[in-house]
Design a protein around this ligand. Structure first.
Ligand code: PLP
Length: 406
């Protein structure tokens, strides 16, 4: 049998790549906006957006131009010297997050590590916690990245099995439970690290008053609220930041993914001078953090979200799309939940897993991915139009009502 290009690519990838992912059997060779294309020329709607890293759509012309222009002038200086791109990027980021300072890194996990370090040092130097006693409260079913420290406070055995020993100083509470949160607070608590909606856990939305009440307690007890908006931020939920839905401003924003416009990894923590001011020369850093190429791309990525009103688009289309999904009369659907264009469709146990539905959707030209066993996540680029969502709905309806997937 003659193999096509897709089969060859999958074979070589499976042979040489560590098996730390379980991708759908599709190869993407080209991408633009909402659409991606395999080597055989089949086109698909991307309803995953690289886990929300492509909010601006694939290969956005303005972002690609910024990348190319900057690549022609200067790409990396390290922080041993100043570069002329980082300052303007951080200025805009601070304006958008309404914070005083920012610390740029590369991946989401590095930004989470940065927030952890900042809150601990703030705890010792500002709050007055006894050395090495700092505690950070985290939520069950969290996903904050893959470093050893971060997986150490995961409640998902698959993320941590075989990787111990882990960093101490984290206390886990059930997501959404205010009483449990109150109980976990003590004089050593320096921070509360949370996802405003838990993406990897299956688009889990907490009760409306959960975070505002936790934030009130944190304020009262001098505990830093650290919002991991790596997936929920930058327009995804129909607000610039998901915490805005809950009516409070955190002490720290942790950002990544779409900050790099789906082009290169860019992450950052933004906060006050009091908090990020705890970092002194040499206490933290990254060779590539704040590099001119990344800074120029990130600046343009933010401008695209602002100028193209992508937050407004998610706010307008998201609730409509969610209701349309809810009205699909499929016996497989247990619940549809989310905010903006971050939507999880929870299937019943009897549906025998979300994966086979994602595979069927792939054959219909729509790419999405199961999260955990039973949830299909829909998170298209925020540049999507209503007519495209209508096309997607037809595909989703036909799969969920298909007699072949009983
Ligand atoms: C909420 C959240 N935090 C942190 C991360 C880690 O980001 P990265 O994969 O860039 O390290 C992710 C990635 O999915 C995420 O969704």
């Amino acid at each position: 049998m003659i193999k096509n290009h897709t089969q060859n690519v999958i074979e070589i990838t499976e042979k040489y790549s560590a098996h730390n992912y379980h991708p759908l059997p599709v190869v993407i060779a080209k991408a633009s906006g909402l659409w991606v294309e395999d080597p055989e020329g089949n086109r698909y709607m991307d309803f995953l957006s690289a886990y929300s890293a492509v909010n601006q759509g694939h290969c956005h012309p303005r972002i690609i131009k910024a990348l190319k222009d900057q690549a022609d002038s200067c790409t990396l200086t390290s922080r041993a010297f100043y570069n002329d791109q980082m300052g303007p990027f951080l200025k805009l980021l601070c304006e958008i997050t309404q914070m005083e300072m920012a610390l740029p890194m590369n991946t989401g996990a590095e930004a989470v590590e940065t927030a952890i370090k900042a809150s601990r040092r703030w705890g010792y130097e500002v709050k007055g916690v006894i050395a090495d006693q700092a505690e950070i409260i985290v939520c069950s079913d969290n996903f904050h990245g893959r470093t050893t420290t971060i997986v150490g406070f995961s409640s998902e055995p698959g993320y941590k099995k075989g990787f111990g020993p882990f960093t101490p100083g984290f206390v886990t509470v059930p997501y959404g439970d205010i009483a449990a949160f109150k109980k976990a607070v003590n004089k050593n608590t320096v921070g509360f690290l949370f996802e405003p909606i838990q993406g990897e856990a299956g688009v889990v939305v907490p009760p409306d008053d959960y975070f505002s009440e936790c934030a009130r307690i944190c304020h009262q007890e001098k505990i830093l609220t650290m919002a991991d908006e790596i997936q929920t931020g930058l327009g995804r939920t129909g607000k610039w930041f998901c915490v805005e839905h809950y009516g409070f401003k955190p002490d720290m924003y942790i950002l990544g993914k779409a900050l790099g416009g789906g082009v290169i990894p860019v992450s950052a923590v933004t906060s006050s001078k009091e908090i990020l001011g705890v970092f002194t020369y040499g206490s933290h850093g990254s060779t590539f953090g704040g590099n001119p190429l990344a800074s120029r791309v990130a600046l343009e990525s933010l401008c695209v979200i602002r100028d193209e009103k992508l937050v407004e688009n998610a706010a307008e289309l998201g609730p409509w799309f969610l209701n349309e999904l809810k009205s699909i009369p499929s016996k497989h659907i247990l619940e549809v939940r989310g905010k903006g264009l971050m939507i999880g469709m929870v299937l019943k146990k009897e549906a025998r897993g979300a994966r086979r539905f994602c595979e069927a959707l792939m054959h219909k030209g729509l790419l999405c991915k199961e999260t955990h066993e039973n949830v299909i996540r829909f998170a298209p680029p925020l540049v999507i139009k209503k007519s495209e969502l209508e096309t997607a709905l037809e595909k989703i309806r036909s799969v969920l009502l298909s007699p072949e997937l009983l």
